[in-house]
Structure formats: structure tokens, C-alpha cells
Design a protein around this ligand. Structure first.
Ligand code: BGC
Length: 456
């Protein structure tokens, strides 16, 4: 077996989930409602009125779910904390029962030899804070840092890796411009304010982490190359704008301490002036960056797009997933190398990568999800290529451990390695779970074996 086909010793093989998408029981044991609870309970906001009152019922099945992870051979599990379980009002008194749930989960993971990676914020803001202006209120940096401190104090001794915020771009864009996500606003003027407070909150939490914890902390961003649909200058300019908006909006201030110039042109009079001193807070040194990668986008200029085109045009003869995303593993290598070239040799984790495909169980419950296996195989090879080119990639987390609530798309889009029957809560490993188990067992060497025939 050639040594270079294996991933480095200690490479962290993981899978990821988030609180609102899997836990269910959103108001149990003293928890307060989150913006997603309110949003999904508002008629017309989610597909078919999907709510997460049960979701994967992970809140009551966490122990059994850790056994699934153990069977898979996972070295790490990335999950998020629900802020409003821990602080029902978003600030003030801690709800011990909420914190206990996560303390038990962490202990269980450690007992099974699985490293926890915690995301502090995966989109489910306490509703009580939304009532105070949510991410638009500059006080949120302190609220978030206080919440983070409560989590660090309770779990920091046992949790080696912390991510502050998951995908600030989605929070600002889909929560505040398109309104597809909670809190469902459609107001261009809010988006830069929200982005800025997300970055300040991240910085404030990192500062608190430094005053007592010894593991690693970083931010999770979603990245995708933006390729022009043609050589026409208008298409090239549109792709460049999309790149600034999507890929550089958060990483530039985080690492370089300033927003990229193009943002002013994109937002025009919706772009405010920000105090210079804020960038000292934002630019705290991080221990790693978490990269979520799913696809690339091919961008064509359209006068109707404002501020920029977020969706791409379809390329003929390419494979698209159920979420309409092109399968483009070359761009995964490109993205990881791009981060290194633009932001330096910072340790990276792929904190999410995966695909939704239609995978209905065959007789006996078997799910032969060959398209997902092909997706994971090609993307893991692409990650290995980035390592070969010198990227300091430390780990990889499949999105997702199990089928879950795909936000406003409900349970329709399945990303899991485990199939979840939402009626019975039965979990069934898909063929991709077996594939990933083998990848982990062989440190990636099995990626070079020819794909197994269907049904084997
Ligand atoms: C999010 C996940 C989501 C996944 C697939 C990411 O943007 O972090 O919560 O389920 O993509 O859409």
C-alpha cells in the first residue's frame, strides 16, 4: 500500500450535525425558544410546515447515537450547542439541565474515544435576544462572549476544539436578505450590520477562550469558488463580486483586519462605516479555520441581481445533487489551496462536506447510496490532493452523521450516512456509512480501491 495514499497520522476523521437539526425537544427541561423554533412554527416559512419539535429525537437518544459514531470508527464528532437550552433568555441565569445534556454527551463521546468539536452558534439564536434586535444589536458581542464563557467553564476541560460561529454568510444573507432562514428578514441594510456583529462576537469569544482554555478555537466559513460563465467582462466582474461577497467578506477582516474593497461597491448606501477599533477585536488570532465546502458556482451577469448573484447557472453534462449543487471536487482542492495562498499557513479542518441525494430504502431497509459514495470518494481524494500540495489540513467531517431537518427544506433533503425514518426514529446505516468506515480504518488508502459493485 503506497504510503502517500494514506492521510497523515492523527488526521481527525469525523462527522457533523447541529443542535436544531437533530435534537428535537426544543423547549424541554427549561430551554427557551430559539428564532428557528419561532420561524418554523410560523405558517408558510418551511416546506410543508416542517418543524423540529422531534427532528431526530437526538435529545433523548444521544447515547444510542454515540454508539452509531463508535461503530463508524469516528475519531471526532462536531455538534453545536443550543444557546437557549443553556441560557433560556440568551443571557442571565444558566439553565443547569441544558448544560448537563451537553456535559453527558461530551462524557459519553470521550468514553468511546471520540473527540468532541463544539460549535457555539449554528443559527439558533435565543428568541429573547432577537426581541432585542438580535445580531443587529452591538451588545450581542458581550451576550455571545458570556454564553461562550458559560460553555467553556462547563466543558472546556474536556473539549479540545471549539468553533465560534457556523457560516456567517448564511446567517446574514439567508436570515436577513432573502429571508429563507430565521429570523426571515428581507432587508439589505441589515446584512452588513449583522455580519459585523457576528465577527465582533466571534472575536469576543476568542478573547474569553484565551483567558483560561488550552485547546483550539476558530471560525467556520462556507466557501465556494465563483467561476465566470464566459470570458465576457460583465460575467468576469459578476464572478469577482460574488467571490468578494461570499468568500472574502468574513476571512479578510478576520485575518487581514479590514473588509475587502468590493463590499462597498456591492452594498452601496447600505454599507455603513465601522469603527476602526472593531477590527482589533475581530482580528484575534485563531488556532484553525473550519471550511464547509459543498460546490462551486458558475456566475453569469444579470442586471437584476443585487447586490450579487448568489445562485449559479447550470452547467450541462455535470452531476447535480438534490439541493441543486454541482458536484465539483476539483474546486474543493482549489478552495483549500486558495485559503492558504490568501490567508497563510493556518491549520484547516473541513468542518462540513457531503451531499443530499434521493435515497429511498430498498427492501429490508438497505440504502445503496452510490452517488453519495462517489461524492465522498472524489472529495476525499481532492482533500488528499490539497494535503499533497502543502495545505495544513488536520481533519475532515462528513455532513452529516444522519439525515436531519434541512432547515426550511424540512426533512426532504437527506445528507446522512445513517438513514433516519422520521416516523419510527429508526437509524439504518447507508452504504456510504460502510464506505466511510473503511476509509477511516485504512487512513484513506481504501479511496484508491475500485468502487464496490452495487448491493455488495
Ligand atoms: C449548514 C448545515 C446544512 C448544510 C447543508 C451548511 O450550510 O451548516 O446546517 O444542513 O450546509 O445545506
Amino acid at each position: 500500500m503506497p504510503a502517500e495514499s494514506r492521510f497523515p497520522e492523527g488526521f481527525l476523521w469525523g462527522a457533523a450535525t447541529s443542535a436544531y437539526q437533530i435534537e428535537g425537544s426544543p423547549l424541554a427541561d427549561g430551554a427557551g425558544p430559539s428564532i428557528w423554533h419561532r420561524f418554523s412554527h410560523t405558517p408558510g416559512r418551511t416546506l410543508g410546515g416542517a418543524i423540529a419539535d422531534v427532528a431526530c429525537d437526538h435529545y433523548r437518544r444521544a447515547d444510542a447515537d454515540v454508539e452509531l459514531m463508535h461503530d463508524l470508527g469516528l475519531a471526532a464528532y462536531r455538534f453545536s450547542l443550543s444557546w437557549s437550552r443553556i441560557l433560556p433568555q440568551g443571557r442571565g441565569a444558566v439553565n443547569a439541565a441544558g448544560l448537563d445534556f451537553y456535559a453527558r454527551l461530551v462524557d459519553r463521546l470521550l468514553a468511546r474515544g471520540i473527540q468532541p468539536m463544539i460549535t457555539l452558534y449554528h443559527w439558533d439564536l435565543p428568541a429573547a435576544l432577537d426581541d432585542l434586535g438580535g445580531w443587529r444589536n452591538p451588545e450581542i458581542a458581550d451576550w455571545f462572549a458570556d454564553y461562550a464563557t458559560a460553555a467553556f467553564e462547563a466543558l472546556g476541560d474536556r473539549v479540545p476544539l471549539w468553533a465560534t460561529i457556523n457560516e456567517p454568510w448564511v446567517i446574514a444573507h439567508d436570515g436577513h436578505i432573502t429571508g429563507v432562514n430565521a429570523p426571515g428578514h428581507r432587508n439589505l441594510y441589515e446584512a452588513p450590520l449583522v455580519s459585523h456583529q457576528l465577527l465582533r462576537a466571534h472575536g469576543a469569544a476568542v478573547q474569553r477562550y484565551r483567558s483560561g482554555c488550552k485547546g483550539g478555537i476558530g471560525l467556520v466559513v462556507n466557501l465556494e469558488p465563483k467561476d465566470p460563465a464566459s470570458d465576457h467582462p460583465a460575467d468576469r466582474a459578476a464572478a469577482a463580486r460574488a467571490d468578494v461577497y461570499f468568500n472574502r467578506q468574513y476571512l479578510d477582516p478576520l485575518i487581514h483586519g479590514r473588509y475587502p474593497d468590493g463590499l462597498r461597491e456591492i452594498f452601496r448606501d447600505a454599507w455603513p462605516e465601522f469603527p476602526e477599533r472593531d477590527f482589533d477585536l475581530i482580528r484575534q488570532p485563531v488556532d484553525f479555520l473550519g471550511i464547509n465546502y459543498y460546490t462551486r458556482k458558475v456566475v453569469r451577469h444579470d442586471d437584476a441581481d443585487w447586490p450579487v448573484r448568489a445562485s449559479g447557472v447550470r452547467v450541462p453534462h455535470r452531476t447535480y445533487t438534490e439541493t441543486g449543487w454541482e458536484v465539483h471536487p476539483e474546486s474543493f482542492t482549489r478552495t483549500l489551496c486558495w485559503v492558504r495562498e490568501n490567508y497563510g499557513d493556518i491549520p484547516l479542518y473541513v468542518t462540513e462536506n457531503g451531499a443530499a441525494f434521493e435515497d429511498s430504502p430498498a427492501e429490508g431497509g438497505r440504502v445503496d447510496d452510490l452517488p453519495r459514495i462517489a461524492y465522498l470518494r472524489e472529495h476525499l481524494r481532492a482533500a488528499r490532493e490539497a494535503l499533497r500540495r502543502g495545505v495544513d489540513l488536520r481533519g475532515y467531517f462528513v455532513w452529516s452523521l444522519m439525515d436531519n431537518l434541512e432547515w426550511s427544506s424540512g426533512t426532504d433533503k437527506r445528507f446522512g450516512l445513517f438513514h433516519v425514518d422520521f416516523e419510527t426514529q429508526r437509524r439504518t446505516p447507508k452504504a456510504s456509512a460502510g464506505f466511510y468506515r473503511e476509509v477511516i480504518r485504512t487512513h484513506g488508502a481504501s479511496l484508491d480501491e475500485p468502487p464496490a459493485p452495487a448491493g455488495s
